[in-house]
Design a protein. Structure first.
Length: 261
């Protein structure tokens, strides 16, 4: 598979991830709180990006707990200023579990649709759980863009999806999470998909402008999009009278089995 298309070295990637955190962290935190994670817990976030959720987890579990954050690239966090109970670790979840059998919470957001072997990654995430521990996975499903308007925007997304498939990216992974966790023996599997309605000029529109601008040359060079279609999409994202929906972020959670008494 080609390398990760949004490497942290790209110009503007820090700002783009900060905006992504602003848009998605509230959903992520809400699900973690609903799972009952609190003081004294040991948590693992895989693919932490700029560390916003991991820093929040460190605060949530308090001085008697521990937050561990794993990513293949640590360049967007300042390890020296991390809370005492937060450990940043460089690693690849496809390579193996992290401290197998020890975490009360394991979570990953917008990570698995980029990895080379999703089944192996999920298996390793599950293996990192302590007995009775909770797992929360959040991944995209691009179903809403299939009915985007006007037609030029829908054609843009068709080209985007064709490009992404060539990059080894699965933008429909969200709908498969429940079955993948069930296959790993996770119990009480449940979840929901959330999609925001937004207009041009909004934070979501800005997120897509930033993302497409970073990737524009590769998108056009792929042959699946041309400059005219990209410009149509960017113009729509600047029009406050254009309304659409985001991708459906699918959050699925469950718990590992506990030993029989």
């Amino acid at each position: 598979m080609p390398g990760y298309v949004l490497d942290h070295y790209l110009h503007g990637e820090g700002a783009r991830l900060a905006l992504m955190s602003r848009l998605l962290d509230p959903m992520h935190r809400r699900y973690i709180e609903a799972l009952g994670i609190g003081s004294g817990a040991r948590t693992l976030e895989v693919g932490f990006g700029n560390g916003s959720v991991s820093e929040w987890l460190a605060e949530l579990v308090g001085p008697t707990g521990q937050a561990v954050a794993v990513d293949i690239d640590l360049s967007l966090v300042d390890q020296a200023s991390a809370p005492a109970n937060l450990d940043y670790v460089q690693g690849d979840i496809v390579a193996g579990p992290v401290d197998a059998g020890t975490f009360d919470l394991v979570t990953a957001r917008a990570v698995l649709h980029h990895v080379t072997d999703v089944d192996q990654a999920v298996q390793n995430l599950v293996a990192s759980l302590a007995p009775g521990g909770a797992i929360l996975l959040i991944e995209p499903d691009f179903l809403p863009v299939s009915i985007s308007e006007p037609p030029e925007v829908r054609k843009f997304w068709d080209g985007w999806l064709a490009w992404s498939r060539e990059q080894g990216i699965d933008y429909f992974l969200g709908r498969t999470l429940a079955a993948r966790l069930d296959a790993q023996g996770i119990r009480d599997v449940a979840g929901a998909a959330e999609t925001a309605v937004y207009q041009g000029g909004s934070p979501w529109a800005t997120y897509w402008v930033d993302t497409v601008t970073e990737l524009r040359s590769g998108l056009v060079e792929s042959g699946h999009l041309d400059d005219q279609l990209v410009d149509h999409f960017l113009q729509a994202c600047g029009d406050p009278h254009w309304w659409t929906q985001t991708i459906a972020f699918t959050a699925v959670h469950g718990r590992s089995a506990t030993p029989a008494s």
